[in-house]
Design a protein around this ligand. Sequence first.
Ligand SMILES: Cc1ncc(COP(=O)(O)O)c(C=O)c1O
Length: 489
Amino acid sequence: MDADTFREFGKAAVDFIADYYENIRDTDVLPSVSPGYLINLLPKEMPEKPEQWQEILKDVSKLIVPGLTHWQSPNFHAYYPIASSYPSVVGEMLSAAFGVMGLSWICSPSCTELELVVMDWLAKFLKLPAHFLHSTKGPGGGIIQGSASESVLIAVMVAREQAVRRFKAAQPELSEGEIRARLVGYSSDQSNCCIEKAGILGALPLRLLPTGESRVMGGTQLAKAVKEDLAKGLIPTVCLATLGATDTCSYDDIASLATVCEEHKIWLHVDAAYAGCALALEEFAHLREGLDRVDSLNYNLHKSLAINFECSPMWLRDSLKLVQSFKVDRPYLQHKYKGEADIPVFRHWQIPLGRRFRALKVWLTFRTYGADGLREYVRHRIRLAERFEKYVLADTRLEMVAKRSMGLVCFRVRGGDNLSIDLLKRITERKKIYMVPAISEGKPFIRFVVCGMEPKECDIDFAWHEIESQLSQLLSEREVTRGEESSQR
Ligand SMILES: Cc1ncc(COP(=O)(O)O)c(C=O)c1O
């Protein structure tokens, strides 16, 4: 393909994308295809001869789009959002076009330096402690990882290696194997599944502490677990707390956890994958309590701040610990400016060697919105969730399962667990809106999350109408069945 054809193809693709977003409300949010649909439609071998881009783009529309679940639709209310915005999509295009890989500063100075800049911008926007800023010139700083899962795994692994070092120095009579076999970590029963997985991948057994009705993990639960484990000769190593847990967006008590972690030299990591954006708002200032005492923190820009997947900033209080644990070098990775101007070597801070130029889409998006626009982006979604919450509260057939938190409303149908599940099944089969269930204290409930690229009040009203009307039908069908059963008796 030459540059002129690329211009035509690229412009047509941009038009295609804009049309897709503009018309997204006209399409069911869930696809109507069965497993294997695409495999059966596509040839088993790649084409032998070149094809025209016009034909290929037509096939994107004809074959690929029907198999999409439309995460950017405002009728998508499942999981947590995957954000997107026009400037971010353009940033992704430019990053793909430049095709650089930031192994080191020399591999693309703007890739590394822009990341330093936007990570500090974001840290200030979220009002994180100064020791997380690169410009503070301490050992702390931020990096953009691909996902919260990666950030959590890195926290587990660095905590593990630090504990091993510390114990090797303090008790040289112990073998490294003996030390590793005694490490243990903690999180809560509300934490995301990626935390349990990080424990498995990071070879560090994690205890998921029960939080009960409050859904909050705090210092009391942690201190009790640590005491039990110390009595067994185990080594408490890491605590993975959450600000905005997946099921109900509950918040752990970071300050009281920090007190226990400091006493026992436990690495404290905070997963704020979804709710981290709240830290930017004064009305959520209380969530910042204790953050000055944590070792690391992750927040997914790709969940709740207009940046498309994937883009997961992580901050470290002392990045040297990370470098000490994971640094591996080769002559081909060296360059003459190494170590100058305190520029971090980000490849030591992450799992892969190569790095994408993710900072570009962040920079484009932050400049396009401005800090004011980004705060409004978050508040708008919270207001929409409040609108939905009011509908639920006004309907006596429904009950809230937890307090609304950020853009998440958790509710269930009163009068039996099956009702919520049946309601959700019906709604999912109709494909107009998409929500997923969760379980609290053994009982199922429905999660409604404000998602989509540009959700509006009318979208919330649309969703509520769908839920309310399906609930009415479900209950009247039940009534009829019950009537028939009693007349047969
Ligand atoms: C609280 C929380 N942490 C972590 C994750 C995992 O995020 P990622 O897909 O970026 O690994 C999620 C996903 O929804 C989440 O809700």
